[in-house]
Design a binder for this molecule. Sequence first.
Ligand code: CU
Length: 156
Amino acid sequence: MNLKLRFWISGVALASTLALAACGGSTDGAASGSATKLNVSTAGEALQFAPAALNATAGQQVQVTFKNGSTAQKHNWVLVKGGDAEAQKVDDAGATAGEAAGYIPTDPNVISSVKLLEGAASGTASFAAPAAGNYTFLCTFPGHYAAGMKGVLTVK
Ligand code: CU
């Protein structure tokens, strides 16, 4: 084999290796860059979320799509930094904030939220999942949390 041909062959091998590496790299990038998508909704006029249990991985980007399945009632979806005690504080602050604010208060206990939705409407919330733990989510429309409209996001 002459030197020129050997050089050409090694060049082709190197180009193939680089092409494969670039391909694998972009696939990995797409996987780690896409958000974990979670869906939650209400069924009819029931004051409850389905499912009431959601799961996420700490630090991972999460996109929650909330669909208000009611025809007559408005609902929102609010994730709080804590459990029932924090949810109660956010619920109280939401009532004070009023309908103009969608009953969603500007409050350090709120991690993320989907705005107050009319019946049959959908909305999304995007956030980075917090540290491992259990986080309550609720609807802060007056009276709904008290009626049991809540759930838990478990982060591992
Ligand atoms: Cu509600």
